[in-house]
Design a protein around this ligand. Structure first.
Ligand code: XMP
Ligand code: MG
Length: 180
């Protein structure tokens, strides 16, 4: 089955406005503190680039990245993730914010949260651009959410379908291409 980009779910303006709001909220919550922002590769990269620039300079921001993938069958999230690329720096006694593109079942983030908590951060919060709440399996609380979305597969603004369409400036749904 082939897929094509369908309608615009969230356009550039709405993305920009919401990212600015999230940045403000984070700026208030971490005022005067140091914050390690951890981007989950690769989907969160574009969102994170905009988000960190929406955080005021009263917060001392640094960035680190992790890459994870689900073990086994890609259609069924097992909840066990493999760390393909780990953080470069220690998070012990640090305030940490995980930045994710989308929370679906929540299995990936609940595993990641457990792994990172074992490293003894001072605090650990989660920010996700998108949240597909109706798909949730794991009981995970997301501290900062950009948009709640319905159960659609979405691409753009960092999100991909088989590595395509990450560069689109808006968030779109995809639909199967029907050949004539
Ligand atoms: P879980 O289910 O563990 O998985 O919360 C979250 C991860 O699943 C991917 N995902 C998507 N990626 N469009 C995407 O491009 C989507 O609609 C979508 N839904 C889930 C994503 O990698 C996320 O980190
Ligand atoms: Mg992802």
């Amino acid at each position: 089955m082939d897929y094509e980009v369908a309608g615009t779910l969230i356009d550039e303006d709405r993305l920009a406005r919401r990212v600015a709001e999230l940045g403000k909220a984070i700026s208030v919550d971490y005022n005067g503190r140091e914050l390690i922002v951890i981007g989950i590769l690769r989907g969160a990269v574009i969102f994170m680039a905009d988000l960190v620039r929406a955080i005021d300079d009263n917060v001392d921001v640094s960035m680190d990245f992790m890459s994870v993938s689900s073990y086994g069958d890609s259609t069924k999230s097992s909840g066990v993730v493999r760390i393909n690329k780990d953080l470069d720096n220690s998070i012990k006694d640090k305030d940490v914010l995980i930045v994710e593109d989308i929370v679906d079942t929540g299995l990936t983030l609940s595993y990641l949260r457990r792994v990172l908590m074992e490293r003894g951060p001072k605090s650990l919060a989660i920010c996700s651009l998108l949240d597909k709440k109706e798909r949730r399996i794991a009981d995970i609380s997301v501290d900062y959410v950009g948009f709640d979305i319905p159960d659609l597969f979405v691409v753009g603004y960092g999100l991909d379908y088989s590595e395509r369409w990450r560069n689109l400036r808006s968030v779109h749904s995809v639909e199967p291409t029907i050949e004539a």
